[in-house]
Design a protein around this ligand. Structure first.
Ligand SMILES: [Zn+2]
Length: 407
């Protein structure tokens, strides 16, 4: 247990926050520090062909130890942390044999991690938890995944009696700003399929995510003295309001769950002369997703008839549901499921209400379901990870390698 704890803590103490406003890859220079450390560690445990490219993408190989042909599979995680919350001076706390009560993260600032609010904590009574000190995030998203993959590879190297095919490992920067997959060299990775170790609670196994688009509307109005504006003024604010009011009222994030899609207006600003609306469209179902985009186009077309073409609409697809790429190769989900069951984990299969790097990779030719890394409450000070969940994730990785070699 100490091995994975030390490894994980070594990673989270290195600040790797990414930055969406940056145009470079990695988006922040500090990500190189952990990237270089990971390269060293991969070499040190005995991985082969360890490479890091000019964008800090890391790849490594564990060669096959069987004579028969086995598909090459991969495991992927990201080493950056979200820009949403500080990742500087992470000071992890280790709570052994968790008693199910409140955990004081920070006495001075009265920051408490309580099972009354975060009920999931009670799943881990008696286990060892790693938490923050209340002032930063933890970075289990996704340094838990990195630690698990390296620990699993080390285990396989030390246990040659476990038979497996060729295994590829990939670590990426900038996942949290949506670019983790952008410069991932799928042909160089050379795996038939892979798994991102980037889910949350133990048991999670995901192969469905949203189809996603963003829309921007700009409205150009006409300002006229309000006392003499009859039939002349076009108030861009009023037009913007009309657009929003014509969207389906119950199809918004705060009123939807599971496989329900939505429109989400997340930015609006306006004056009489100019107004802007930004919204996102999400739906698991590709047909409904396309219908949502059409609906928005119709709303704009109709209003443009009444308001003299004052609205311009731009819709841009962001990512698609990986399910359509996973279904034809569904055995890759079955293997993960079987691996979990073999070590006593009940798989929790549910659609992701968001995207993953795996969805982008799946459309780039590398089918890539997502497996739990074990952490909870990502992107904030209440983030924590049970060590036992990390250990189980290591076992899942090992088991997947083993089962793939048997098929
Ligand atoms: Zn993540």
């Amino acid at each position: 247990m100490q091995n994975i704890i030390d490894r994980f803590i070594g990673y989270v103490k290195i600040d790797t926050q990414s930055d969406a406003s940056s145009k470079t890859t990695p988006s922040t220079k500090k990500q190189w520090v952990l990237a270089h450390k990971l390269v060293e560690e991969l070499e040190q445990i005995g991985m082969q062909n360890v490479t890091i490219d000019e964008n800090a993408y890391i790849m490594a190989t564990l060669p096959s130890n069987v004579d028969h042909e086995v598909p090459t599979i991969g495991f992927i995680s990201h080493f950056d942390t979200t820009p949403d919350f500080s990742g500087t001076n992470v000071n992890p706390q280790i709570i052994k044999n968790y008693d199910g009560k409140d955990i004081i993260l920070n006495k001075e600032q009265n920051i408490v991690l309580s099972p009354q609010y975060f009920e999931d904590l009670l799943l881990y009574k008696g286990q060892t938890l790693i938490t923050t000190d209340g002032t930063t995030l933890l970075g289990a998203d996704d340094k838990a995944g990195v630690a698990e993959i390296i620990t699993a590879m080390e285990y396989l190297i030390k246990h040659p009696e476990i038979k497996h095919g060729r295994i590829r490992v990939g670590f990426t920067p900038d996942e949290e700003i949506g670019r983790g997959a952008h410069k991932f060299d799928v042909p160089a990775f050379g795996a038939e399929w892979a798994y991102t170790m980037d889910g949350s609670q133990i048991g999670e196994l995901e192969y469905e995510n949203f189809n996603a688009a963003e829309a921007k509307m700009s409205i150009s109005g006409k300002s006229v003295h309000p006392g003499y504006a009859k039939d002349k003024m076009v108030n861009a604010i009023v037009v913007a309001n009309e657009i929003v009011s014509r969207l389906p009222k119950n199809e918004v994030p705060e009123k939807t769950t599971d496989r329900d899609g939505f429109f989400h207006v997340h930015h609006m600003n306006g004056e009489i002369e100019n107004a802007e609306i930004e919204l996102i469209i999400r739906d698991h179902d590709r047909t409904k997703f396309e219908e949502r985009k059409l609906l928005l186009e119709h709303i704009v077309q109709n209003l443009n008839k009444s308001y003299n073409d004052c609205i311009t609409l731009k819709i841009h697809d962001q990512y698609y549901n990986m399910r359509e790429k996973i279904e034809p190769v569904f055995h890759i989900v079955e293997i993960a499921k079987e691996a979990m069951q073999a070590i006593g984990i009940q798989p929790i299969i549910k659609p992701i209400r968001g995207g993953t790097d795996g969805s982008q990779l799946s459309f780039m030719g590398l089918p890539c379901p997502n497996i739990f890394a074990g952490g909870h409450n990502f992107h904030g000070k209440y983030e924590y990870v049970p060590v036992e969940s990390m250990q189980k994730a290591v076992k899942v990785i090992v088991k997947i390698c083993e089962l793939t070699a048997k098929k």
